[in-house]
Design a protein around this ligand. Structure first.
Ligand SMILES: [Zn+2]
Length: 251
């Protein structure tokens, strides 16, 4: 069948329109006929359908809370099994998972796109994950690089999430685009007292599959503050979650 002149595969945009029911009846018919005959596209359609369900689940408030918590708890469970961790980290991860029930000090959602410069951060819909009294509540901040020259349009993806703490210090989660098309997630704190315990950061893949293992990021000192970086992330959705710490925790 592939040599027929009129044969053309269903492209991803058409699949999205198809599942959103944005197509004419003729277009729908064409796609359904094609999906019935082309295993390659049928497989892609199944993946797209699963993704749509995932988004529905994401926006359905009551299930979202349980879902998000399970993402963090599963990531912590998986991380606790890492052999490279020392006992102190294992203990802290265990405490995070059990005593704090997987709740976090702060959290940001990061979408890594295969398309250059399309990756972004988001902060909405994650209040349910915060521990009571959580100190790091992130909001989106305009990217100073993007506003230089051209005003960002509606489609310009947000690159920086910012949280300002009660002590006046600020925490940033940022997606940095590199010229080679890859991007990097950079987490930084501008002021952090010496001697205070540095939070563990976990970067967990959202959604089914779970082929990408959760990453534990160790913050390190940079000037008066802290920094952690994570690069070479495959395209996908991630949570960047911060270990809950009380002000009295010290090294
Ligand atoms: Zn096809």
């Amino acid at each position: 069948m592939p040599d027929e002149p009129k044969w053309s595969h269903v492209n991803p945009a058409e699949l999205v329109d198809y599942f959103d029911r944005d197509l004419s009846d003729d277009e729908e018919d064409r796609i359904e006929l094609h999906l019935a005959r082309c295993e390659e596209c049928a497989q892609r359609a199944r993946q797209a359908a699963a993704l749509c369900n995932r988004w529905e689940r994401w926006s359905a408030g009551s299930q979202r809370e349980a879902y998000l918590r399970s993402v963090v708890r599963n990531a912590l469970e998986s991380a606790a099994g890492e052999v490279i961790l020392d006992d102190t980290w294992k203990e802290r991860i265990h405490r995070w998972r059990s005593a704090s029930a997987g709740l976090v000090e702060g959290v940001v959602r990061v979408t890594i796109e295969a398309v250059k410069k399309a990756s972004r951060v988001a902060t909405d819909g994650m209040e349910d994950l915060l521990r009571p009294g959580a100190g790091w509540r992130f909001t989106l901040q305009p990217d100073p690089v993007a506003v230089r020259g051209v005003q960002p349009g509606r489609s310009s993806p947000a690159k920086i999430a910012l949280a300002v703490c009660s002590d006046g210090s600020s925490v940033r989660v940022k997606v940095e685009d590199h010229d080679d098309g890859t991007c990097e997630v950079v987490i930084s704190v501008d002021q952090f007292p010496h001697g205070r315990l540095m939070p563990i950061v976990i970067l967990a893949s959202i959604g089914q599959g779970g082929t990408e293992k959760p990453r534990l990021l160790q913050m390190r000192r940079q000037g008066q503050g802290l920094i952690a970086r994570s690069h070479d992330l495959p395209a996908g959705e991630y949570l960047v979650a911060f270990e809950p710490l009380s002000a009295g925790d010290s090294q």
